[in-house]
Each structure stands twice: as structure tokens, then as C-alpha cells.
Design a protein around this ligand. Structure first.
Ligand code: MSP
Length: 525
């Protein structure tokens, strides 16, 4: 049996509230996971939270709480958020869990024993207020530091460094020889450009416990905790290790809480896809591969790098009030309207722009007037003219449907989610045109046209069934509603069932209800 398709999202910083950017990444990853399951593949989908670091420690202190209880409360909100988005994740990893800490420490220990780290003294400008080192790049034109940094002092600090330089040539070669490793291509070129024109600096992988306690202690020096990114990236192998993935070496798995009793779990590693935003590309395309190479672990198969959302052409920020609150949008418009818009509006790669007008326009034209209207008209006419009983099979729209099904499938396979929706909607449009062209409401008035009406109704009801299957990865609630209205057994989650003629003649459909009530009409007074 082949290994499950293992897909991950970035793990979000626990402090702060979930926003559109977080929701987008989780939704597109969920769509990929659902699409592959729908195509018969076994999928393991991981998401979670990044909980260590200075900011969390400071925020907890400001509230007079322990960092752990602060994180526990926020983690409950984030988990609820994942449920609101109806993510089909198999696991939710938190970096404060013992199983994760054990893996991070095992990797640190292993790399240290093999000479990948060295200790060195760093001296530089340090802002106690921001708790960060500053460089000359942070100086203002007049040579001073921004007052927001408070007192800036010269500080000497001993830290541990990871030797990255020696891996630079290998990494360039690997990325060049593995074209699918980073997508889209322009992101791959960006990484190659960076690697070819800069000497990699060794990476500082420690923070003195004197100024940061909220982290994972270095196993070989308790005076330090691990740099958050070293900790966070490792989450991707934590879960495979905790599940007993035979592809993860025993030294990584040692120290796992359930070591011993654990059965051999699914082979998950290497990950098939890490879905990340463009801002964290360097961590995933440079540091993570080098960490894995140094630890002699296989590399993930691909990084899918998405762009950033703006709102009304501006960077989203709480302080300026330019934000999109996904929870609010979902409460007002429904989950599927949100999922549909983000996937349809923004292709995986470029940056996008949210406008409320654009959202409403897609809702009204593509969901309400497009899909919703088609399903409503088809099913109402079947009820009205044939008491809801499906007539004999007829194949007038079969070839249009097969073309859309094939193209949608190919796009899902190639992670082209926006294109998959565009293809699916060609069938929505075709079927709506078909209603206008064949005018079943006129046929119904002419008894000599009864056989023709049967043909038209079969084509329409079969298209509704197929559409439910095609849209399921993106808008599962709507797909399920369509199946229910069609009174079909099972669920719309098997793409193999998207083949013309599946609707049985003589079958009686169920209750009908509007899928997307229109919102653009002025309320009646
Ligand atoms: N904790 C790190 C990731 C560690 S992964 C080992 C982090 N967290 S984050 O909360 O800041 O961001 C999580 C993800 O959300 C990132 O992939 C980031 O690119 C994405 N987004 C954050 N804001 C975004 C937009 N405005 N638009 C789209 N995605 C954005 O980075």
C-alpha cells in the first residue's frame, strides 16, 4: 500500500486572533486534502500552533499568568476556529506538548553530537524593550535607533550556532535538480537567487534562558532554550514520530511518552506538501531542508507557497482597523460562501485583495444565481412536472459534463484549486444555458413534448448530482445539501462517482431548499 499523502499547514502563532490569512491557508490545505481523499488517496492532514517565544512569555506575564495556561486558553480558541472552518485535519499539534519537546530535543542532541553546532560570542546592539538584537540596518537616517526600542545597549552574549554554510552548494544543487520542490516557479527562482547571491550566515539556534524561559531547553546546555523556528519547523516530524512512523529513525522517536507500546504507525514522512505563506519561505526552503539533511532525514516533496491577502488594497492591520474577520464573515454569509470566495478569488501563489463588494458579487452571481439557481430550478421542475421522480437516462449534457469532470480532476491533482472551480463552473453555466434554451416550463405545457421534457429533466438532475461531487472539496456543506435534496444515499465525496449516468431512473428526490439565498435585493418595506 502506498503511504498516505501527508500535508501540513504552517503552525500559527498562538498569540493574536485568527485572521483571513490564517483562514485562507487552512482552507486551501483542507481543499487539497479533501480533493485527494475524494480521488481515493489516503491523506494525513496536520495543522497546529506555534506556542513558544518572547511574545507569548511577555503577553502571559502582562496578564499575570503562566505561559502554559495562557497558551491553553488561546489554543482552545484556535481549535474552535479550525472546527468553524470544517477542516478535516487528522491532528492538531501544539509545540508545548511533551511529544513535540522530545522530538526537538532528540534532533538537537543528534546534531550537536555530530558537530553541526558550535558556541560563539556575539556582541551587538540590544534593545531590552523589544528584547532583540539590532543591526546597523535598524538605524534611522540620523544614525539613532527608533525610540520604540527604548534603551539600546551593547551586549555580549554567548550562543549556539548551526553551521549552514557547508550545505549551501548542496541545497542550490538540490533545488535546481528538483523542479517541483518549490511552487510556484517564481518562488523557486527567488530562493535560488538568494542562495546564489548571498553567503548563508550560520543560524543562531539558542536563546539564553536568562532572557527567555518560554522555550524548549537545549538538551546539552540547560542555560539556553531553542530558537523558536528550530522548534516550530520540527513540528512536521513530531507527529509522524509520535505515531511510530517507521520512516522516522529510532533516535528521533526515543523519549516519546508512549515509546514501547506504540504499534508501527503509518509511514507519513517525508511530507508530500507543506503549505506556507510567502513570508516564511526562507525558513522552509533553506533552514528546514538543511536541518533535515544534517539529521539524515528525507526532505519534504514540495512547498506550496501562497501569497498574502490585502483588504481594499491595504495591508491588514488591527491598529488601522483594516481587517477581515473570517468568523464574522462566516456567521453572516455561511462557511461555504467564505471557502468558495477565498479559493475562487485567489490562485495559489500571487497576492490577493479582499473587497466586500467583490465577495458579494461572487456570492450573488456565482453561488446564488449560478449554482444555487441551477439546482433550485432543476429540482423544482422535477418535483412539479414529474412528482420528483427521475426519468429515463438521457445523455445530452454528458460530453460537456465529462469534459468538466476531467479538467476539474486534473486541476485538483495539480493543486490548481482556482482553475478547478473555474472548470466546474463551466458546467454550471452550460446547464443554466440549457434550461434557457430548452425551456422546460414551455415543454411542460405541451403534452406532445412529454418525452422531450423527460430528457431535459434527466440531464439537469444528473448535472446537479455531478456538481455536488465536484464542489465537495471546496464547499462541502453545499455538496452535502445537494445530495440530501436529491435524496441520494452516501455522500458526495468520491470523485470516481462523478461519471455520467449515475442518477437512477425511477429514483425520487427529497425536499428542496434554496442553497444560497440572494442578498442583493433591497429589502421589501
Ligand atoms: N508560526 C510561524 C509559522 C511556523 S511554521 C513551522 C508563523 N505564524 S503566523 O501565525 O504568523 O502565520 C501563519 C501562516 O499564515 C503563514 O504561512 C503566513 O504566511 C500566513 N499568513 C499570515 N498573514 C497572511 C495574510 N495576510 N495573507 C495570507 N496568509 C498570511 O509565521
Amino acid at each position: 500500500m502506498s503511504k498516505p499523502f501527508y500535508i501540513t499547514t504552517a503552525i500559527d502563532y498562538v498569540n493574536g486572533q485568527p485572521h483571513l490569512g490564517h483562514a485562507y491557508e487552512k482552507v486551501v490545505t483542507d481543499v487539497i486534502a479533501r480533493a485527494r481523499r475524494s480521488m481515493g488517496e489516503e491523506v494525513y492532514f496536520l495543522t497546529g500552533l506555534d506556542e513558544h517565544g518572547q511574545k507569548v512569555q511577555q503577553a502571559a506575564q502582562a496578564e499575570g499568568r503562566t505561559s502554559q495556561s495562557y497558551c491553553d486558553d488561546l489554543a482552545a480558541d484556535w481549535k474552535r476556529f479550525a472546527a468553524t472552518l470544517e477542516l478535516t485535519n487528522n491532528e492538531f499539534v501544539r509545540t508545548t506538548e511533551p511529544r513535540h519537546k522530545a522530538v526537538v530535543q532528540a534532533v538537537l542532541q543528534h546534531l550537536n553530537e555530530r558537530g553541526h553546532f558550535y558556541a560563539a560570542e556575539y556582541s551587538g546592539w540590544y534593545s531590552t524593550r523589544a528584547e532583540t538584537f539590532l543591526t546597523d540596518k535598524d538605524r534611522r537616517p540620523d544614525g539613532t535607533f527608533d525610540p520604540e526600542y527604548g534603551d539600546v545597549v551593547e551586549l555580549k552574549e554567548q550562543n549556539y550556532y548551526f553551521r549552514l554554510k557547508q550545505h549551501q552548494a548542496w541545497l542550490i544543487d538540490y533545488i535546481e535538480k528538483t523542479p517541483g520542490f518549490i511552487s510556484p516557479d517564481y518562488r523557486r527562482n527567488e530562493v535560488l537567487g538568494f542562495l546564489k547571491h548571498n553567503d548563508l550566515e550560520d543560524l543562531c539556534i539558542s536563546r539564553p534562558a536568562a532572557r527567555l524561559t518560554w522555550g524548549i531547553p537545549l538538551p546539552f546546555d540547560p542555560g539556553y532554550v531553542t530558537y523558536v523556528w528550530f522548534d516550530a519547523l520540527t513540528n512536521y516530524i513530531t507527529i509522524p514520530a509520535a505515531l511510530g512512523d517507521p520512516g522516522i529513525p529510532a533516535w528521533v522517536r526515543q523519549g516519546q511518552p508512549s515509546e514501547g507500546e506504540r504499534p508501527v504507525g503509518p509511514g507519513l514522512w517525508p511530507a508530500d506538501a507543506h503549505v506556507i505563506g510567502k513570508d516564511i519561505l526562507k525558513f522552509h526552503a533553506v533552514y528546514w531542508p538543511i536541518m533535515l539533511k544534517a539529521a539524515e532525514l528525507p526532505l519534504p516533496k514540495r512547498l506550496i507557497v501562497h501569497g498574502w491577502w490585502q483588504k481594499d488594497g491595504q495591508k491588514m492591520s488591527k491598529s488601522t482597523g483594516v481587517v477581515v474577520d473570517p468568523i464574522k464573515v462566516i456567521a453572516e454569509w455561511g462557511l461555504d460562501a467564505f471557502r468558495y470566495y477565498v479559493v475562487r478569488e485567489l490562485d495559489l501563489g500571487p497576492d490577493g485583495n479582499w473587497t466586500d463588494a467583490g465577495f458579494e458579487s461572487r456570492y450573488n452571481s456565482e453561488l446564488a444565481n449560478g449554482l444555487g439557481n441551477l439546482v433550485n430550478r432543476a429540482l423544482s421542475m422535477l418535483k412539479r412536472y414529474r412528482l420528483g421522480v427521475v426519468p429515463a437516462r438521457h445523455d445530452e449534457l454528458a460530453s460537456a459534463a465529462q469534459v468538466a469532470i476531467l479538467a476539474t480532476r486534473q486541476h485538483y491533482e495539480g493543486f490548481r484549486l482556482q482553475a478547478a472551480l473555474v472548470e466546474t463552473w463551466t458546467l454550471v453555466t452550460r446547464a443554466n444555458q440549457y434550461v434557457d434554451q430548452t425551456a422546460p416550463f414551455k415543454l411542460a405545457k405541451d403534452p406532445t413534448q412529454a418525452a422531450r421534457l423527460d430528457e431535459v429533466l434527466y440531464n439537469l438532475v444528473e448535472v446537479c448530482r455531478l456538481l455536488a461531487i465536484l464542489i465537495w472539496p471546496v464547499i462541502p456543506q453545499t455538496a452535502t445539501k445537494i445530495f440530501k435534496q436529491l435524496a441520494l444515499p452516501g455522500s458526495p465525496q468520491h470523485l470516481a462517482e462523478a461519471a455520467w449516468g449515475g442518477m437512477a431512473s425511477g429514483h425520487t428526490i427529497g425536499e428542496i431548499a434554496a442553497l444560497f439565498p440572494r442578498r442583493d435585493q433591497t429589502p421589501k418595506v
